[in-house]
Design a protein around this ligand. Structure first.
Ligand code: 5GP
Ligand code: MG
Length: 181
């Protein structure tokens, strides 16, 4: 397929989780986070680019003061397999000292991203790292991590949509789906 053609909704073979189901689940997740998180403003750290749609929809459902920061990290570098190396693409990190942080990522796969980000934030002096992901793949993790808040458990297959890309495209699909091969 030529590059300009990538990104159409009809490249999708199967919708895995549709928009309405995602919205309903986010209502419940936001409620759970608000209930369980220590009182005071939450510092949300959104992992770009994949988590921007999930974070926007989730954080607007949390009715308390929020600080929002973004971190640009990369492990897939555009393909369909994790490269195994987590790169921090920002020159500086947000000030997290003493804060309870909620790290949001699109999907938990090998676990390397959440592990690398969690370790880094703890090193920067944050009080605690809580983690939330829209999706968690049912597969062995390379790192011993789990997310505190999980939207949906899915099978071990490559998905796009709702923030997740293939070669930079499909992030704007309003659902999570599997591409035609
Ligand atoms: P991990 O570090 O847990 O292996 O992978 C997390 C990152 O890999 C996610 O933030 C996401 O960017 C990418 N990733 C993992 N699985 C998928 C997938 O099925 N589809 C897409 N588009 N990205 C994925
Ligand atoms: Mg990512």
């Amino acid at each position: 397929m030529i590059a300009d053609e990538l990104g159409r909704a009809d490249d999708v073979e199967r919708v895995l989780i549709d928009e309405k189901v995602i919205e309903k689940r986010l209502d419940a997740m936001a409620e759970e986070i608000d209930r369980e998180f220590p009182s005071g403003p939450i510092l949300a750290i959104v992992l770009l680019k994949g988590a921007f749609v999930f974070a926007a929809d989730l954080l607007r459902r949390i009715p308390r003061p929020l600080d929002i920061e973004c971190l640009n990290v990369s492990s897939y570098h555009g393909g369909t397999e994790s490269s195994g190396v987590v790169k921090f693409l920002d020159h500086s990190l947000p000030d997290v000292k003493g804060r309870h942080v909620l790290v949001l990522d699109d999907i938990l796969d090998t676990g390397r991203t959440l592990k690398a980000v969690t370790d880094r934030l703890l090193l920067e002096g944050c009080a605690a790292v809580h983690t939330g992901v829209l999706l968690a793949k049912d597969r062995p993790r390379a790192e011993d991590v789990q997310a505190d808040y999980v939207g949906f458990e899915i099978g071990d297959e490559f998905v796009v949509g709702y923030g997740l890309d293939y070669r930079g495209r499909y992030r704007n699909l309003p659902f999570v789906g599997v591409l035609k091969s």
